[in-house]
Ligand binder design. Structure first.
Ligand code: NAI
Length: 387
């Protein structure tokens, strides 16, 4: 509406321009969109003041420097977010090539900030100087917070905690970036469960504001407020959530992704589903999102959530079939769509053939039905979360 008013008004005399502005503005007042945007604004304001616990007397601990273990997609992003905002970070990976790639990813993200004018060269250099790296965990002895971002494998994570706990300074906090593994369950294997929590960033860390701070059964208030304060300090928007499968965001997202799979198997076109979602306001549709996340990751996370909420999870096969065929999404050049080069995927008749092979009756599904079936499950899941 603002752009419209400018376009209409800029070549008119002042009086007429102001009239165009008034006409564009009036219908917005009190509209559902306006009401919701105002509500989001106040929620964000409240969140900025929210320390993360009901007890206001609990103060965050000082965090001088952090450690990040696992220099993959997420670990490199998390280390980058810290050094950019002045928090020294030690990035660790057991694989030399992965560490090299992780450090290069941090450097590249700083460089691209310089290129788009969001950072000066001295600022980027200073940020990079706050990054250190290591192939072993021995250097963790001066880290106040350690964020673990290694592979999504519970046994590997728990083994690592056993190795590093004895190295950490007294009072240090250990946080996991896991997307699906129970924090309370992993806490059983650590010596100080009150100083263990989830700190779940989103991909790409550079661009996603939200961070879920996950409180396990035994996580202490001081741990929660310290992680909330750290997330704010590095420019993120933290929310404190309970430990349940999918935490908050994935628990609400997966019913939507799952319903897109059900509709694909019923005959909906992938492009149609993506269009219905973007027309509703999503930045990208569910089929493209699945290809971006990686179908193996999505399959694994989806299983955890479908098992936990079996009463409302419809089982589908197409993800299993694609993963079995080595089609893991953009990262392998093919998933639901094919990717000759990065960017928008191309429709693939092989997908239709795989769907038809399932032998289910297929029918066309209209936009309205797609929209309802994609978004209503999100709404009902969000209501359940609240209750
Ligand atoms: P990744 O596979 O890109 O990176 C994992 C890194 O950990 C690898 O470089 C590997 O060499 C290293 N590693 C494995 N075991 C190690 C050990 N014992 N000590 C040191 N380094 C070790 O994985 P990604 O995608 O970065 O995921 C990491 C964690 O973040 C997982 O728990 C995942 O569920 C979670 N996550 C992933 C998101 C995503 O979109 N990829 C989003 C949010 C959370």
């Amino acid at each position: 509406a603002a752009l419209d008013a400018i376009a209409k008004g800029c070549n008119l005399p002042l009086e007429d321009g102001l009239k165009a502005e008034t006409e564009a503005f009036l219908p917005l007042i009190g509209s559902p969109i306006s009401r919701n945007l105002i509500a989001v604004f106040f929620m964000t304001q409240r969140l900025q003041k929210d320390a993360g616990t009901a007890d206001a007397s609990v103060k965050p601990r000082d965090v001088g420097q952090v450690g990040v273990i696992g220099a993959g997609i997420m670990g490199a992003g998390i280390a980058g977010a810290n050094v950019r905002r002045g928090v020294p970070a030690l990035l660790i990976d057991a694989a030399p090539a992965a560490l090299e790639k992780g450090v290069a990813a941090v450097a590249k993200s700083l460089q691209s900030r310089v290129e788009i004018g969001r950072m000066t060269i001295p600022e980027a250099t200073a940020a990079l100087s706050r990054l250190s790296s290591s192939l072993t965990v021995n250097a963790l002895s001066d880290r106040d917070v350690v964020i673990e971002a290694i592979v999504e494998n519970e046994a590997a994570k728990v083994k690592l905690y056993g190795e590093i706990e004895k190295l950490l300074p007294p009072g240090a906090i250990l946080a996991s970036n896991t997307s699906t593994i129970s924090i309370s369950r992993m806490a059983k294997s650590v010596k100080a469960p009150e100083r263990f929590a989830g700190m779940h960033f989103f991909n790409p860390v550079d661009r996603m504001q939200l961070v879920e701070v996950i409180r396990g059964e035994k996580t202490g208030d001081a741990t929660v407020v310290t992680l909330v304060a750290l997330a704010k300090r590095i420019g993120k928007t933290p929310i404190v959530v309970r430990d349940c499968p999918g935490f908050l965001v994935n628990r609400i997202l997966f019913p939507y992704l799952n319903e897109s799979l059900v509709m694909l198997e019923e005959g909906a076109s992938p492009r149609g589903l993506d269009k219905a979602a973007t027309a509703f306001g999503m930045p990208m549709g569910p089929v493209t999102l699945n290809d971006l996340v990686g179908l193996d990751t999505s399959l694994y996370a989806g299983r955890v959530i479908n098992t936990a909420f079996a009463d409302r999870a419809a089982n589908t096969h197409i993800l299993d079939d694609l993963v079995a065929a080595g089609r893991l999404g953009q990262k392998t050049g093919a998933g639901f769509y094919t990717y000759a080069k990065p960017g928008r995927g191309a429709d693939d008749p092989a997908l239709t053939a795989m769907l038809e092979k399932q032998g289910k009756t297929r029918r066309e599904i209209g936009m309205e039905e797609m929209t309802d079936r994609l978004f209503l499950p999100m709404l009902t899941e969000a209501s359940r979360v609240l209750s």
